[in-house]
Write a protein that binds this ligand. Sequence first.
Ligand code: HEC
Length: 121
Amino acid sequence: MIMKKSALFALLLPLLAGCYYDSEEFLYGTVECMTEGTTYSTDVLPLIVANCYQCHDAANNFGGITLEGYDQLRTYVDNGELLGAIRHTPGFSPMPKNAPQLVECNIEKIAAWIAAGAPND
Ligand code: HEC
């Protein structure tokens, strides 16, 4: 009887440990934020439109900066200002201006797209 119980415990232990590990990942958001498969058209563009176009579309190019259109956005990808601004890296103007920082997962999606070469996909 005792043998059976400990055998059962040994069987369950990895499962319990697995559950704990999963919930820890959940708490820290590594499972929630999926940056795989991020594309310009489905992820990056809607974020820029929603958070940046009121100041940086072609009509309202605040600070002389237009982010409307792939080629325009690409200029600020290539010079590092897009990532610097949304990450609030010292030395860049923190964006979006006068608004809360983008949520971490959205920043990571944009960063992943840039790391993949910022394709026009
Ligand atoms: C409320 C208006 C406003 C919004 C919203 C806004 N910007 Fe800006 N942005 C500006 C102004 C004005 C400047 C000129 C520099 C300054 O005044 O800080 C600027 C400058 C920049 C720069 C140049 C940064 C530098 O260090 O020179 C980048 C890149 C930029 N914005 C990207 C973005 C992105 C990306 C978003 C959306 C996530 C965004 N902006 C949202 C107003 C805005």
